[in-house]
Design a protein. Structure first.
Length: 390
């Protein structure tokens, strides 16, 4: 087989890239090592930046998002027993975020690719990338016991942190930057109404908490926990009790408890790989960078990579213009590092660090006090939260 672009990874970034290219007449094949059912079943982030929503609209996959997504014009940050509202819309000239689960985004993209006859191979095993620094790269894989080869012009590595794409870059080329945090999040999904119509971030002496949602009847809650913790240590009773302790009393009093549908512990790290291009290979999303989830940037940062790369590839094929391909890594990384900074800052602002002494705790409290006493500080947070421009 021969196609212009092979996309390794059938998560939302790979599917979105494939969809955008298809609408501009550039064909691709998506290779996903997991089954479609596994990809669809992953519980992930649910806060979409304005730019991500606009990109999904451009891809023609926003009908259900616009019907079911929850538009949030603000968020709350709780500390010292009180909630403080950040009015995102008024601080950013009307920009908002939309709560719509990544699982639903992936479903919409899968259905769109199927409607248009897109080539998505799930269960692709032993994917290997060849001759990336030459003029004729190709990809091999095994599917249902048979060996396959695809010749292509370019490879887009959208296969996540543990995928084959970044590992295919020479060690002499790749530079890695990482910050590992000494804590993680225990997350619970429950079929209960959210405690608040907007997200509530809480900074407490016992640790961070976040009250989020997937729908008006499906809530997602998180608690800071040791990085080595496991879900089995957290009974539903323990989780709800600890969540109530970290929330202001008025919020805890209206919290609706219920059986957990899903429970997991997510580690926390900041990570960036540079460059995002080697020869004919381009890294996208989690294959290139990881952010702690505090700033709600993971999926959104992958979407901005897709924006830059899709435009670059379309310009190559339709306008014989390679400037976007040459500049992809530099352009994407400029935004990546700004989002890394914001996610690191939000994490530092709201969590309790095991090695922090009284001085750091007082500075953290002072920063929270300053945040809500300064419109300039609130505007900075709001601009980053709703999404920096592409």
């Amino acid at each position: 087989m021969q196609v212009p672009v092979v996309i390794v990874g059938g998560g939302p970034s790979g599917l979105l890239l494939s969809q955008l290219l298809h609408l501009q007449g550039v064909e691709s094949v998506v290779l996903e090592r997991r089954t479609k059912a596994h990809v669809m079943g992953r519980v992930r982030a649910g806060v979409l930046e304005q730019g991500t929503v606009d990109l999904l609209r451009a891809a023609g996959v926003a009908d259900r998002l616009e019907a079911e997504g929850l538009i949030h014009e603000g968020l709350d940050i709780a500390f010292a027993g009180r909630r403080h509202r950040l009015d995102l819309a008024s601080l950013t000239g009307g920009r908002t975020v939309t709560v719509y689960g990544q699982t639903e985004v992936t479903r919409d993209l899968f259905e769109a690719r199927e409607r248009l006859g897109g080539a998505v191979v799930d269960g692709a095993k032993d994917v290997a990338l060849h001759d990336l620094d030459g003029d004729a790269p190709y990809v091999t894989y095994r599917h249902v016991g048979e060996e396959h080869r695809i010749d292509c012009d370019f490879v887009a590595g959208c296969d996540g942190f543990h995928g084959v794409s970044r590992g295919s870059m020479p060690a002499s080329v790749l530079r890695e930057f990482e910050q590992v945090y000494a804590f993680g999040w225990i997350g619970v999904l429950s079929r209960t109404p959210p405690v608040s119509p907007e997200l509530v971030y809480a900074s407490h002496e016992r640790g961070f908490a976040l009250c989020s949602m997937r729908s008006p009847t499906l809530s997602r809650y998180y608690l800071q926990c040791p990085s080595e913790d496991v879900p089995e240590n957290w009974s539903d009773e323990r989780f709800w009790g600890e969540l109530k302790r970290r929330l202001p009393a008025a919020t805890a009093d209206v919290l609706v408890e219920g059986p957990s549908v899903e429970k997991s512990v997510a580690p926390m790290r900041s990570y960036v790989a540079e460059p995002l291009r080697h020869g004919r290979l381009f890294l996208v999303g989690d294959a290139a960078h990881i952010v702690p989830p505090t700033g709600a940037k993971g999926l959104n940062l992958a979407a901005s990579d897709v924006h830059y790369l899709s435009h670059a590839l379309v310009d190559h094929y339709r306008r014989d213009d390679d400037s976007g391909l040459r500049d992809y890594s530099e352009k994407a990384l400029a935004r990546v590092w700004k989002c890394e900074r914001f996610s690191w800052w939000m994490t530092s602002l709201l969590h309790r660090f095991p090695d922090a002494g009284p001085f750091r705790e007082r500075v953290q409290r002072a920063e929270l006090d300053y945040l809500f006493s300064s419109r300039a500080a609130m505007t900075s947070l709001a601009e980053n939260y709703v999404g920096l421009p592409y």
